[in-house]
Ligand binder design. Structure first.
Ligand SMILES: Nc1ncnc2c1ncn2[C@@H]1O[C@H](COP(=O)(O)OP(=O)(O)OP(=O)(O)O)[C@@H](O)[C@H]1O
Length: 306
């Protein structure tokens, strides 16, 4: 089993700390979502794991070894960092064949990953004629080429069409189910919620969270109950008597904050409040993420004038 281990990792560019004393482990057998505002240090961390940059201090290792010590590294670690990385004047097939040859990967893998990523039909076209989504698929094909135990993808859904987004979700789930170590950065919260088991969240180069996805949501979103009745006055009175904070919405439903659905159901039954609707309102990853990172966001647009 191969994990990615980041220990006390720091990277400075001049006086700027892009990564600041970061320690976390990416475990095999699950998809770890890598989140953080623009400039938080996600890509820099991935570059340090891949040995594309040298840390100022600390270590980043894969299976206990630094990337540069890995023989035929594509057979151990597959990464998509920049979809523009392939040489534009080459065909996709030639690009992958060259990568395979340099890593003692059998040439039949080239055709397999072209099929798997849905670009087999355009494999003999020059990469410069590719759309962003096709380049993205080629980058993912390159990452999978060596059948690696560790897969790191920076914004893999970028440019993909809706079918492509479903495909990448299923691919990530499968890679994790096969026991691989999967680290995926994204700014799309609903997407991340659909594939991640675990989250590592950065803000200004520091670790803000390293936690299972459900725990992250519970920790950062207040529990809420959605309720609707034919007798608003009775509901309001019953909630107030028990000290619940509730807000009525235009369409007639209420939100009760910091409450559990069982408690509100019992309370309504005891008070004889007729119910049309009663449900726990699940917090979303987006709500949790925005709550946590509001103070860590370097680049924000000013509020729009009405
Ligand atoms: N080669 C470099 N030279 C100087 N500064 C750099 C370099 N690479 C990254 N940085 C700086 O390091 C910080 C972290 O950048 P990084 O690209 O790692 O963030 P990120 O979390 O991947 O952001 P995004 O979500 O926008 O991709 C930023 O302030 C960035 O400007």
């Amino acid at each position: 089993m191969t994990s990615i281990d980041v220990h006390a990792l720091t990277k400075e560019y001049g006086h700027r700390r892009a990564v600041d004393d970061l320690t976390f482990t990416v475990q095999p057998g699950r998809v770890t979502g890598f989140l953080g505002p623009n400039g938080a240090g996600k890509s820099t961390t991935m570059r340090l794991v891949l040995g594309l940059d040298r840390p100022t201090s600390g270590t980043a290792t894969v299976g206990g070894r630094v990337y540069s010590a890995l023989q035929e590294p594509l057979r151990h670690v597959g990464a998509l960092l920049d979809a523009q990385a392939a040489h534009g004047s080459r065909t996709a097939r030639d690009h992958l064949r060259a990568l395979a040859a340099g890593n003692r990967i059998p040439q039949r893998r080239v055709d397999e990953v072209l099929e798997e990523t849905g670009i087999a039909a355009v494999a003999r076209r020059r990469v410069q004629t590719y759309s962003l989504g096709m380049r993205q698929r080629l980058g993912i094909a390159a990452a999978l080429l060596g059948d690696p135990e560790v897969v790191m993808l920076d914004e893999p859904s970028n440019g993909l069409d809706p079918q492509g987004i479903i495909w990448i979700r299923e691919l990530l789930r499968r890679l994790a189910a096969e026991g691989r170590t999967v680290l995926v950065s994204s700014h799309l919260m609903s997407e991340t919620a659909s594939f991640a088991d675990h989250l590592v969240v950065l803000g200004r180069g520091r670790l803000l969270a390293d936690t299972p996805l459900p725990d992250f949501i519970h920790a950062h979103v207040r529990a809420r109950v959605r309720i609707r009745t034919t007798d608003d006055a009775a509901l309001k009175g019953a909630l107030a008597r028990h000290g619940h904070h509730a807000v009525e919405h235009e369409d007639g439903h209420w939100t009760v904050y910091d409450a559990r659905v069982d408690d509100i159901g019992r309370l309504a039954a005891t008070a004889g409040v007729p119910l049309l609707e009663l449900a726990a309102e699940e917090g979303t990853l987006e709500q949790a993420y925005l709550g946590l990172t509001a103070a860590e966001t370097e680049f924000t647009a000013p509020p729009q004038e009405a």
